[in-house]
Design a protein. Structure first.
Length: 194
């Protein structure tokens, strides 16, 4: 993984809207990931920053690596069960094997509405004691928390071709919780062996 750390100004970035944006705390790190194993390792590194009550939004096209990253999160959090895509069940809960938080993994791809449509999932009830990860959650779940970690995964392009396993990953912390963890977010980009 390659690091390109960046801290945004203390005023909200245009894309930082909704709860948490009023505080103006946005920190961002850009990382180049060169393999699925490196994506899982990035997930394990992110898990080291997470605590109960954290909301993580994952954005990226189909096949970008959102579920692979979440597998790493599950490994890093030490949860039970194989982390697989919850596309057809909408949400899966992975209880902790030890003292850590549960992982609630949600796929909002098939949900068209906002938070109202997701109320049946009781994410607001799960959030205080769990880490909630929502794939395709943009514009749907931001109201759950003033503080959130937004991970955007994009396929890298080089010399007019898409580089198969290479991904450009933006990890952006929004809100005061993530402003306090800015060094940890920037440290995610340290070179790691998959």
């Amino acid at each position: 993984m390659e690091e390109v750390p960046r801290e945004a100004p203390r005023t909200p970035a245009p894309e930082a809207s909704g709860p948490g944006a009023a505080e103006g705390a946005v920190t961002e790190t850009l990382i180049t990931v060169d393999s699925p194993d490196s994506m899982r390792e990035l997930g394990r590194r992110i898990a080291g920053l997470l605590r109960p009550g954290d909301l993580v939004l994952l954005t990226g096209e189909l096949g970008a690596g959102k579920t692979t990253l979440t597998r790493g999160l599950g490994e890093g959090l030490g949860v039970r069960g194989a982390v697989t895509s919850p596309t057809f069940v909408i949400a899966r809960v992975h209880p902790p094997l030890g003292d850590g938080p549960a992982l609630v993994h949600v796929d909002a791809y098939r949900l068209g509405g906002g938070l109202e449509e997701m109320e049946d999932l009781d994410l607001d009830v799960s959030l205080p004691e769990s880490v909630v990860v929502v794939e395709w959650g943009d514009g749907k779940v931001e109201e759950l928390s003033d503080d959130r970690l937004h991970v955007v995964i994009a396929r890298a392009v080089g010399h007019e071709e898409v580089l198969d396993d290479v991904r450009e990953v933006s990890v952006r912390g929004i809100g005061t919780r993530w402003a306090a963890a800015a060094d940890g977010v920037a440290g995610l980009a340290e070179r790691v062996a998959p």
